[in-house]
Write a new protein. Sequence first.
Length: 112
Amino acid sequence: MALIIKVVGMKAFKGFVNKEGINSGALFAEVKMDDRHNKQGENFKAGIAMEEWKMPDADAVFRMQHIPVPFMCELEIERVSNGRESKEVVISARPIEHAQTKPAASPAAKAA
């Protein structure tokens, strides 16, 4: 299943901590707060929150480190279960390239 997110942050680490190998990465996405059930004086939510998407490994993030944030990204996700609880895991991530706007053409010189 594909999901489009707005990436507002990312992190990756590949190395050793206390002799334990770690290879992890994550994207942080902007998510709209659910304001559908706001009740005056009782419950209020507005704006955005950040959601963490764990990546398959650090290399998945390192491949995108040159892209300035924020940027749009398509995640390929899969829903998995251990028999008791289910979760979504990221299979792959692909930054979405937006077409660059062409620079305005300079006005042609007026004929004399």
